[in-house]
Design a protein around this ligand. Sequence first.
Ligand code: NDP
Ligand code: MG
Length: 338
Amino acid sequence: MPAKVYYDSDADLSALKGKTIAILGYGSQGHAQAQNLRDSGCTVIIGQRPGGPNYDLAREHGFDPKPIDEATRDADIVNILLPDEVQGDLYRARIRDNLRPGNVLMCSHGFNIHFDQVRPPAGVDGLLVAPKGPGHLVRSEFVRGGGVPCLIAMSDGASDETLRIGLAYAKGIGGTRGGVIRTTFAEETETDLFGEQVVLCGGVSELVKSAFQTLVDAGYQPEMAYFECMHELKLIVDLFYQGGLSYMRYSVSNTAEFGDYTRGPRIVTEETRKEMRRILDEIQTGKFAREWILENRAGAPVFQAMRRRDRNLEIEKVGRRLRRLMTWINAKEVDSSP
Ligand code: NDP
Ligand code: MG
C-alpha cells in the first residue's frame, strides 16, 4: 500500500491559532523551525540555555530565549529539539513536570519516545514532525518558497486534533510544500537509525576509508586516492538524487557501468547483507539504543576516542590540504586537535 502523503491543502494553519509553541533548543533544527513558524504567523517562544552562540543567535533573530522549564510552562505545544542523547535527562529534570493535560509534546526524531526515555504524561499526546533534511536547508528552502519533506507520526491513542496540529505545524515549517509522509514512531526511529548506520554515515564512510587505504597501501599517491574515493562521490550522489541508479548509469561511461554491475556485488556480499540484518535486529530490540544511552551515561569515552582517532586519519589530512586549494567548494574544517 502506498504511504499516505499530505500536502498544503490537507493542512490548516488555524489549528495553531491561539496556541503558543515552545521550541526547546535553538540549534540546527530549532533555529530553522522556530523562524519558519514565526514567518507563518505562529506564536513561538524559545527555550535555550544562555552562554553559547545559539543563545546569542536566538536573540539576534528577535527571540527572547527563556530557560527550558519556563518555556515549557508557557506553551501549549512543546517541541524538544535538543540533541537526542541529552533529551532523557533534561526531560525528566526540566520538562515533564511543566506539561499540562492537553499539551502536545513534539520531537523531530522518535528515538527518545520510541525507546522510552521521554514518556509523555497522561493527557499529553506525543507528535513527531521530522524534516528529512538538516536545519539550514529547512530554513533556506522555506525562504525560497519551497520546503523540505517531512514525516509525521503520533503516539498511540493520540487524538485527531493532534493530527491537525501536526499537519499545521508541518505546513508552518514548509513541510507540506514538499510532502508529509505518515509513519509511526517505530518506523521513523528504526529506519532512520538503520539508514545512518548502514548506508549514509557508517557504510559510506567505511567504504571510502577502506578503498582509500587500499590504493595508498598499493603505492598510489594519496592525493589520487582522495579524489577517486572521496571527492568524486559527490558527483555520483548528485546523479542518484536527481535520477536514481539509472540516471547515474546513463551519465557515467559504459566502462564504469560495466564495472558497477560486475564488481559491486563482490564488495557488498551475502555476508554484508547478513550483517545488515544483524544491525537492524540490534536497532529493533533496543540493543543499540541501550548501548548509546549507557555510553552517554558513562561520559561517552568510546565515542570521543573514535572521533579523535578518525579525525587524524591520513585521508582526513590529505583532504584538508586539497580542499583548501579548491576555493570553489566552500571547504569546512572541524577542530582535529586531540
Ligand atoms: P543541535 O545539536 O544542532 O542543537 C542542540 C540544541 O540543544 C542547541 O541549542 C544546544 O544549545 C542545546 N543543548 C545541547 N545540550 C544541551 C544541554 N545539555 N542542556 C541544554 N541545552 C542543550 O541539535 P539538532 O538540531 O541537530 O537536533 C535536534 C533534534 O532534531 C534531534 O532530535 C535530532 O535527531 C533531530 N533532527 C536533526 C536533524 C539535523 O539535520 N540536525 C535532522 C532531523 C532531525 P547550546 O548551543 O547551548 O549547546
Ligand atoms: Mg536520518
